[in-house]
Every structure is written in structure tokens, then in C-alpha cells.
Design a protein around this ligand. Structure first.
Ligand code: THU
Length: 162
């Protein structure tokens, strides 16, 4: 038996150290929190997607009384991008969150389903997607590809007969 390891890389920084383009994305994700519809969890998430053509799309979580029928902010934003700009690559996604019920201690990182959804576009476009995770205290965690958040991911390109 051979032991193999996968390493992931992430960068810790803060809002003031970002360049102006990335500050803008984080600010838009923060503004997008206002339109989050989260009456059940009280947990508001905003996600802003920057496309290669400069187009910027924001999304936020949309909940439903039938809980599984809601959708996370990240997927609202990237599915809108995929639906309206199907041939334009996604460069960056900025994500932030606030809770009306508790203090967020750790940085919020996308759920497994959102990682898988982002991974789909990363494989499709054959370019990495940079992900900026913003904490309410303005600390930032950055990964340069979703594979750093989802090692050993399920990849459609390996399923040639699909
Ligand atoms: N949520 C997101 O929008 N993104 C994530 O990556 C994790 C969770 C939303 C779903 C639900 O509306 C609320 O946060 C609480 O789980």
C-alpha cells in the first residue's frame, strides 16, 4: 500500500491588503447581504462573481419554508453567470456572511455542494477560479482554485462516456 497526500494552499490576509478590483468584489458581496432571504436561519450570505469579460454578478442565499428548496448564495450567483454568460469564464468569487443569531468566529467557507458546483465550472472552463472568503472582522482567506477547497473532487472530464 502506498500512502499518498494531497496538499492544499490558502492565503490569509485582510481587506486592506486586497487590490482595488478585489476590494470592489468583497464590497459588492457585502452589499448583496441586504437582499439575502434567510428568515429561517438568520444567516445571510453574499457572493459576487467576476467574469473574464468584466461582468460582475452578485447573489445571496434564498431560503424556503421547505428547507431543501432554498439555495446558497454561491450557487445563486454562479448559476446566474452560467445561465446568462455561458461562454464567459469565471475569474473570481468573493463570499461573505453575517449571522443575525450568533457571532461568526471562523471564516465562512462554501458548503460541499457549492464547492462541487464551482468545481463544475472550473473543469468546464479549464481555468482556475480564485475564491476570496471574507469574515465580518475583515480578515480574508484566499484560495487560487476550488481544488484547494475540494481536493479529490468528482470531475466530469474523467467520465468520458457521460
Ligand atoms: N449558505 C450559503 O449561502 N452558502 C454556503 O456556502 C453555506 C450556507 C446558506 C444556506 C442557508 O440559507 C444558510 O446559509 C444557513 O445554512
Amino acid at each position: 500500500m502506498i500512502e499518498k497526500k494531497i496538499t492544499t494552499t490558502f492565503y490569509q490576509t485582510d481587506f486592506s491588503s486586497l487590490n482595488s478590483e478585489e476590494k470592489d468584489l468583497v464590497n459588492r458581496a457585502k452589499n448583496s447581504l441586504e437582499a439575502a432571504y434567510a428568515p429561517y436561519s438568520g444567516f445571510l450570505v453574499g457572493a459576487t462573481v467576476l467574469l473574464e469579460n468584466g461582468e460582475i454578478i452578485s447573489g445571496n442565499n434564498q431560503e424556503n419554508v421547505a428547507y431543501p428548496s432554498g439555495l446558497c448564495a454561491e450557487r445563486v450567483a454562479i448559476f446566474y453567470a452560467g445561465a446568462n454568460f455561458p461562454n464567459v469564464k469565471i475569474k473570481t468569487i468573493a463570499i461573505t456572511a453575517v449571522s443575525k443569531k450568533f457571532e461568526i468566529k471562523d471564516i465562512i467557507s462554501p458548503c460541499g455542494a457549492c464547492r462541487q458546483a464551482i468545481a463544475e465550472y472550473e473543469v468546464k472552463q479549464e481555468n482556475d477560479i480564485r475564491i476570496l472568503l471574507h469574515h465580518p472582522d475583515d480578515s480574508i482567506l484566499i484560495v487560487n482554485a476550488v481544488s484547494d477547497l475540494l481536493p479529490f473532487m468528482f470531475k466530469s472530464k474523467e467520465l468520458k462516456n457521460y
